[in-house]
Design a protein around this ligand. Structure first.
Ligand SMILES: [Zn+2]
Length: 639
C-alpha cells in the first residue's frame, strides 16, 4: 500500500512532477494484533540492534537544528531568482540547481523528526519539531510558487535553444518539458483562482463519507458461536473474516457490517454522486474529454491501459473463479459468499523468527545478482530497519526514501508469514530508492506510484519461489500458496473490479444519467456476476459493497495502479524466472535499469524499456497465467 506524506509531497512537486515525497508502505491492517497490550515493550526496552540507526541522516538534534536554519535561510534567499529567469540559460540553471539544494536538504530535515516520531507517537516534543518542518515546507512551497508560471512565460523554443547550448541545463529537459506539457490543461489566472476557490467545496463529499462511515456509524455488537461478544467495526470485521472458522460467525459479522452501510445507503449514493460530479466539474473546466482522461494525464498514461486491464482481466477470469470453487470444496461449504473468501483453508501456524528469515531473503533475491544481495545485507547489518513493535510505535510498515541518507524501513515484525513477506516488500521499495538515488540527478531521483509497487511485489514473488522450494511439509506449502494467491486476488482481481465500477459510474455522470443507490448497486451486482460467475452464491447484500470502499470516495481512479503494477511484475517474472540463462540475464539487466531510472521519464516509457507494455493483452494475461499455475499447485497439494 501507499502512504502519502502530503506535506512533504508538495516539496518535491516543484516541477509539478510527482517525485518521491511519499513513503511507500503497507497499512496496519495486515499485522496481527498483539496478544495483549501489556506484552508490548516500551521503546527503551527494545534491543538497539533491532532499531534503526538514523545517524546517516544527522548525528544529533543539534545538527538537525542547524540544517533546519540553513534550509530556512535558503528559502528566503531563493527569492532573489524571482523575475530573473529570462536572463538566460546560466540564470535558469542556477535557479534550478539551487532549488535542488533546498529540495535535497528538505528530505533530511523532514525525515529526521518524522521517523523518530513514528518510533513513539506519544512524544510531543518530536511532534512539535515535525510540525515546525511542515510549516517550513509550506513556506518553501510558497517561496518557489512563482517558478513554474515564470518559466512558462518563456517561449518553449527559446528554452529548448538554451538546453541545446548547455549540457548541464539539458539534464533538466524532461522536467522542463513536463511543465510545458502539463500546461495544456492549466487555466488562466482567473480560471485557476475559481478552481482553487472550489477546492473546499470539492472536499465536502469526501469529508462527509469519512463522517458517515466512521464518526456517525453505529456498528452493532454480535455474539459469536464461541460466546464471545464483539462490536463489528471495520477492523473487527476484517479480523473475523480472516480468522473465524465457523461460517455462521463470518456471516454474522458480514451481515452486521453490511446492514450498517445499508441503513444509510441512499446517503452514500448521494455522497458518491457528489464526489463524481466534483471530478467531472474539474475535468470539464480544464478541457478534458472524460474524468478518466483527467486522472491519467498527469502520468501521461493512455486510457487504453485501463480499458485493456479491465477487458483482459475479464477475458481470463477462469483461474480466479476456480480458486474460489476450490476453497468452497475444500472447506466443505454448501454455499460460498464474499465473507468466505479470506479465512485460511487449513489451520497451520508456523512462526518465522526475524533472525531466521534474513538469510532466506538474501538467498531469494539471488536471481537479481550479487550486488543486489549485498545491498539487502547492508540493510540488515547497518540497521536501516526498525523491526519490532513497541509502545506508541506507528503501526503498519513503510520504506522512507531519505535523499542523501540510507533508505529506512519501519516494520511491526511479529513472526507471521505476512511479516516475512512485508519485510521483503519494503526491501524492494528500499532497493528501488537506492538504485534510483545513486543513478539519477536529484530532479529525477523520485519514482511515481505507477512503478513503485513493481519492485516490492517482485521481491515478494522471488521470496515465494524460494520458500516453496524450501518448504518441507504439505501444510507449509498450502499456506504459502494461499498467501500468494490471496495476494493476487486481493491486489489484482478485486482492484480491477473496483476500477471497472468507478469507470462505469463516472461514465453515467458524464452522460448526465441519474445516480441513485439502486443504480450503483445494480452495477456492482452485474460486475460481481461478471467476475465471480457461479463461484458466488446469491446474496442480497453483496451488491452494496461499493458503499464500504473508501477509495471510491477518497481517491477516485487510484486503485487500478495496484493492478497495473501487479501485471508488470507478473510479466517481468516470466523472464526473470525462466530457465534460459541468456533470456533471464537480459531480463534482470532491464529490470535493474528500470529501478535505476527513477522518475526520469513517463512511467509507461520506463516500463516499456523494461519490456513491459501495459497496453498489450499479454501483459495482463501474465497475471492469470501466474494465478493458474498457483491454483494448479494448490489443487494438487490439497488432493
Ligand atoms: Zn508497497
Amino acid at each position: 500500500m501507499i502512504e502519502n506524506m502530503s506535506a512533504f509531497a508538495s516539496v518535491a512537486n516543484q516541477l509539478r512532477r510527482d517525485l518521491a515525497g511519499a513513503a511507500v508502505g503497507r497499512g496496519g491492517g495486515s499485522s496481527a494484533a498483539p496478544a495483549s497490550a501489556t506484552l508490548v515493550p516500551s521503546r527503551g526496552a527494545v534491543d538497539p540492534k533491532y532499531t534503526w540507526d538514523l545517524e546517516s541522516i544527522f548525528p544529533n538534534w543539534e545538527a538537525w537544528e542547524a540544517a533546519f536554519t540553513d534550509l530556512d535561510h535558503g528559502i528566503e534567499t531563493y527569492q532573489q531568482y524571482a523575475g530573473t529567469l529570462a536572463k538566460g540559460p546560466g540564470q535558469l540553471l542556477r535557479a534550478l540547481k539551487d532549488r535542488d539544494v533546498l529540495g535535497q536538504l528538505s528530505y533530511k530535515v523532514w525525515y529526521y523528526p518524522s521517523l523518530q516520531y513514528d518510533e513513539d507517537q506519544r512524544n510531543n516534543t518530536i511532534n512539535a519539531r515535525k510540525q515546525r518542518v511542515q510549516l517550513l515546507i509550506a513556506k518553501m512551497q510558497q517561496a518557489t510558487s512563482w517558478f513554474n508560471p515564470e518559466l512558462l512565460k518563456l517561449p518553449l523554443d527559446t528554452v529548448r535553444g538554451w538546453m541545446h547550448e548547455s549540457t548541464e541545463l539539458a539534464t533538466y529537459r524532461f522536467a522542463i518539458e513536463e511543465v510545458f506539457r502539463l500546461q495544456a490543461h492549466v487555466l488562466n489566472e482567473q480560471g485557476e483562482r475559481l478552481i482553487s476557490l472550489s477546492d473546499r467545496l470539492g472536499s465536502v463529499p469526501r469529508d462527509s463519507y469519512a463522517a458517515l462511515s466512521t464518526a456517525d456509524a453505529r456498528f452493532p455488537t454480535v455474539t459469536l458461536s464461541t460466546g464471545e461478544t464483539t462490536q463489528v467495526t471495520y477492523g473487527q470485521y476484517r479480523k473475523l473474516l480472516s480468522t473465524a472458522r465457523a461460517q455462521p460467525d463470518r456471516r454474522l459479522a458480514y451481515e452486521a457490517l453490511y446492514d450498517t452501510y445499508a441503513a444509510t445507503l441512499n446517503t452514500y449514493a448521494t455522497i458518491y454522486n457528489g464526489v463524481m460530479h466534483g471530478e467531472w466539474f474539474e475535468a470539464r473546466a480544464r478541457g478534458y474529454q472524460t474524468t478518466l482522461d483527467a486522472a491519467l494525464f498527469g502520468n501521461n498514461i493512455p486510457t487504453s491501459v485501463v480499458e485493456n486491464l479491465i477487458r483482459e482481466t475479464k477475458n481470463a477470469i477462469a483461474p480466479f473463479r476456480r480458486y474460489h470453487q476450490l476453497r468452497k470444496r475444500v472447506m466443505k461449504l454448501t454455499d460460498y459468499y464474499l465473507f468466505d473468501a479470506l479465512v485460511p483453508i487449513i489451520d497451520f501456524d508456523v512462526r518465522y523468527p526475524y533472525g531466521d528469515v534474513l538469510d532466506w531473503i538474501v538467498e531469494a533475491v539471488s536471481p537479481l545478482g550479487a550486488e543486489y544481495q549485498a545491498r539487502v545485507r547492508r540493510a540488515f547489518s547497518e540497521r536501516w530497519i526498525d523491526v519490532y513493535e513497541n509502545q506508541g510505535k506507528r503501526n503498519g510498515a513503510y520504506s522512507a526514501p531519505v535523499y542523501g541518507a540510507n533508505p529506512y524501513m519501519l516494520l511491526n515484525y511479529n513472526d507471521t508469514l505476512d511479516a516475512v513477506f512485508t519485510l521483503a516488500h519494503e526491501l524492494g521499495h528500499s532497493m528501488h530508492t537506492m538504485l534510483s538515488h545513486e543513478t539519477q540527478p536529484f530532479v529525477y531521483a523520485g519514482y511515481t506510484i505507477f512503478v513503485a509497487e513493481v519492485p516490492s511485489t517482485l521481491n515478494e514473488a522471488l521470496l515465494l519461489d524460494f520458500m516453496l522450494q524450501r518448504a518441507r511439509t504439505r501444510e507449509e506449502r498450502i499456506v504459502l500458496l494461499q498467501h500468494a494467491i490471496d495476494g493476487i486476488v486481493g491486489t489484482f482481481h478485486n482492484q480491477v473490479l473496483f476500477a471497472d465500477f468507478e469507470l462505469e459510474a463516472h461514465r453515467l455522470v458524464e452522460r448526465d444519467q441519474p445516480i441513485t443507490s439502486e443504480v450503483l448497486s445494480a452495477i456492482y451486482a452485474r460486475l460481481l456476476s461478471e467476475y465471480w460467475g457461479e463461484a458466488l452464491s446469491p446474496d442480497a447484500r453483496a451488491q452494496h459493497t461499493w458503499a464500504r470502499i473508501p477509495h471510491f470516495f477518497q481517491s477516485p481512479y487510484y486503485v487500478y495502479q495496484y493492478a497495473t503494477c501487479f501485471a508488470s511484475t507478473a510479466k517481468l517474472m516470466e523472464e526473470i524466472g525462466c530457465s534460459n540463462a541468456a533470456t533471464r540475464q537480459a531480463a534482470v539487466t532491464r529490470y535493474l535499469d528500470l529501478l535505476r531510472s527513477g522518475g526520469s521519464d513517463h512511467p509507461m516509457t520506463l516500463l516499456n524499456n523494461a519490456g513491459v507494455d501495459l497496453s498489450k493483452p499479454e501483459t495482463v494475461r501474465a497475471v492469470s497465467a501466474q494465478l493458474d499455475g498457483l491454483v494448479n499447485r494448490l489443487e494438487s497439494e490439497l488432493g
